[in-house]
Design a protein around this ligand. Structure first.
Ligand SMILES: NC(=O)c1ccc[n+]([C@@H]2O[C@H](COP(=O)([O-])OP(=O)(O)OC[C@H]3O[C@@H](n4cnc5c(N)ncnc54)[C@H](O)[C@@H]3O)[C@@H](O)[C@H]2O)c1
Length: 261
């Protein structure tokens, strides 16, 4: 039996990268997935491909910087299916590669809005439904950078560290109503976000990423998606308040290779 049969899953930032891989994996496991993004043409295409493969998938526009968009996304999923079992707060942006004193207030505020406030809003919209049905799994996308330091990424790391702290807090608060709240901390994953960063920062960054991970490679989006499927599934029924690192050992044995940067 598929691991997410009969479940409704909402995923933000699902038109590309890790979010798209999560939507694909959850749909294959039998969930009715609601993909959302700001890249509408691409998101519609992803949902159409899943439907063509026989899965249950819908796409909705949702800019996670807009409270109304998130509320509409969650409400649509619940109206269409009658329940909400999995909320994946995945969408985020990378603003960094600069010392903290060179970051503008506008850059800081945009990053916090999209990477942190969006998680608050996603949980705020999902929780009333999950509380009413007395079940649910919330998965928040954190990062290895919430665990270790790297030059130039103070704001991004701050947001991800806060995502993990909020995850623990909500796990405690909503455990008594059978809602599990967990986060995932990926290492470097092969996604458009990192393609853009490698181009922006240049040098041997891509090679350095490989060396920094004890497994000797960067990760694939589908490897993060597998962790999300597990946390969404009943197999993780006693797992809450945890951060699952999918980082090739990066945070266990940091290998900073300055000569390659
Ligand atoms: N790629 C990595 O190495 C890595 C490592 C650690 C954590 N993460 C985290 O994983 C998540 C996904 O990262 P990714 O690498 O797949 O990113 P990505 O940039 O490749 O894809 C992100 C998706 O989110 C969408 N998006 C951007 N802004 C949005 C907004 N305001 N509202 C809704 N959607 C928006 C984009 O259109 C895109 O489809 C993020 O939370 C990121 O911080 C990624």
């Amino acid at each position: 039996m598929a691991r997410l049969e009969g479940k409704t899953a909402v995923i933000t930032g699902a038109a590309d990268g890790i979010g798209h891989a999560i939507a694909q994996a959850m749909a294959r496991e039998g969930a009715h997935v609601f993909l959302s993004d700001i890249s509408d043409a691409q998101g519609e295409r992803c949902a159409a491909q899943l439907r063509a493969a026989g899965h249950l998938a819908d796409y909705l526009h949702c800019d996670v910087a807009k409270a109304d968009d998130i509320a509409r996304l969650v409400d649509t999923a619940v109206r269409q299916t009658g329940h909400l079992d999995v909320m994946v707060n995945n969408a985020a942006i990378a603003i960094g590669g600069m010392p903290v004193h060179e970051m503008t207030d506008e850059q800081w505020q945009r990053l916090i809005e999209i990477n942190l406030t969006s998680v608050f809003r996603g949980c705020k919209c999902a929780l009333p439904h999950m509380i009413a049905q007395k079940s649910g799994s919330i998965i928040n996308m954190a990062s290895a950078q919430g665990h270790i330091g790297l030059d130039g990424w103070t704001a991004y790391a701050g947001a991800k560290g806060a995502v993990m702290a909020m995850t623990r807090q909500m796990a405690v608060e909503f455990g008594p109503v059978n809602i599990r709240v967990n986060s995932i901390s990926p290492g470097t994953i092969d996604t458009p976000m990192n393609d853009r960063l490698a181009r922006q920062i240049g040098g041997n960054l891509a090679k350095a990423w490989v060396k920094m991970h004890p497994l000797g490679r960067i990760g694939k989006p589908c490897e993060v998606a597998e962790a999300a499927v597990y946390l969404a599934s009943d197999a993780a029924g006693f797992t809450s308040g945890t951060d699952l690192r999918v980082d090739g050992g990066l945070t266990a044995a940091p290998r900073y290779v300055p000569e390659l940067l």
